[in-house]
Design a binder for this molecule. Structure first.
Ligand code: PSU
Ligand code: MN
Length: 331
């Protein structure tokens, strides 16, 4: 019965450095019905390093069949760097933290996978849906589960042009105690406006070994940051300081740029982006379809070059997130 999913919550130990489950409330939601994969459950019980991973990348951001291969590589990158991957999604109306390979395969290959932001979680659960969680959806669940580090490709933000489209990633990060490792915001967005919104919302942003905000496919978005953190240990120290100061109720975004020799050629990038935005307009694509449409346009228009770049940046983010989780766990 999808309306009453079986409950197998685990009790996580507290207080931990990232303990937010202990706050009793995330986003005003008392608790989620969460099923945990065995490995993630025991890692959380032991206080071992865990990294949350999202599934919208897998179901809606990357083309098939590469998406499944890449999803497994992301988990492997976390493992190679000493942490346990907790890939998060919804299966048959049930939120799962630490999906297994069969569940991952289902989310990567089925045509019936919803894109779930926070507002979609309850409705999707009631209908027994399969769903992939966005940065927003994943952050809320990870925070409720007491997982403090999360890796994605690029976060959502303010879209370019009128009328108005702003990802729920922004307001959700304002309310989730999580460290999000990403390659900045996707370059398809209005980067300047997104940075301004992050400031207003009180979301901390620091570059990893840089004060230039990365632009996802490109190493430098052209926007400067106030802060750079230069090692996983330094980032862990910032997370500890947030906890001590009591300013850990919103996210810390760690912006991890690709090395310039691994980025997409900026001239090619600008051309393809201009075409994509024009197509968006002429085909009347709006709402939650915008991001998947533009990413897929990039992947076909660059004959896979942007895809290779997208995969590299995700793997690098997963590795760094694992190193941060390890440093924060003090192991
Ligand atoms: N990073 C990627 N590919 C993606 C995304 C991130 O490399 O597809 C996803 C994230 O799940 C993010 C979403 O939350 O794109 C943003 O969607 P929207 O603009 O509709 O909020
Ligand atoms: Mn949107």
């Amino acid at each position: 019965d999808p309306i009453r999913p079986e409950r197998d919550r685990i009790v996580t130990p507290g207080p931990r450095i990232f303990d937010c489950a202990g706050q009793g409330s995330v986003l005003g939601v008392k608790e989620f019905d969460i099923s945990y994969g065995d490995e993630v459950a025991s890692a959380l019980r032991d206080g071992a390093p865990v990294v949350a991973l999202e599934t919208t990348i897998v179901s809606h951001g990357l083309p098939r069949p590469d998406n499944l291969t890449v999803a497994r590589q992301i988990e492997q990158a976390v493992r190679d760097n000493g942490a346990v991957p907790a890939t998060i999604g919804m299966l048959g109306g049930r939120i799962v933290v630490g999906i297994d390979d069969e569940q991952l395969t289902r989310l990567a290959t089925s045509d019936q996978v919803a894109k779930l932001s926070v507002r979609d979680l309850a409705v999707a659960a009631a209908t027994g849906a399969d769903g992939a969680t966005t940065v927003a959806g994943t952050s809320a669940i990870a925070a409720a589960a007491g997982i403090g580090v999360f890796a994605t490709g690029g976060m959502g933000g303010v879209h370019r042009g009128a009328p108005y489209d702003e990802s729920a990633d922004l307001v959700t990060l304002a309310r989730c105690p999580i460290a999000l490792v990403c390659a900045g915001v996707k370059s398809i967005l209005d980067v300047g406006a997104t940075l301004e919104r992050l400031e207003t919302l009180g979301v901390s942003v620091a570059g990893y070994r840089t004060t230039q905000f990365p632009g996802f496919f490109i190493s430098d978005s052209g926007f400067a940051l106030d802060w750079s953190l230069d090692s996983p240990e330094r980032i862990a120290a910032a997370l500890r300081a947030r906890q001590q100061q009591g300013v850990h109720h919103s996210a810390l975004v760690i912006a991890n740029p690709l090395p310039t020799d691994e980025q997409l050629d900026p001239a090619l990038h600008d051309r393809v982006l201009a075409d994509g935005l024009a197509k968006l307009d002429s085909e009347g694509i709006t709402g939650k379809a915008v991001t998947p449409f533009l990413l897929s346009h990039f992947h076909s228009a660059t004959e896979g070059r942007s895809l290779a770049v997208n995969v590299r940046l995700i793997l690098r983010n997963a590795a760094l997130a694992a190193q941060i989780a390890v440093a924060a766990a003090g192991r």
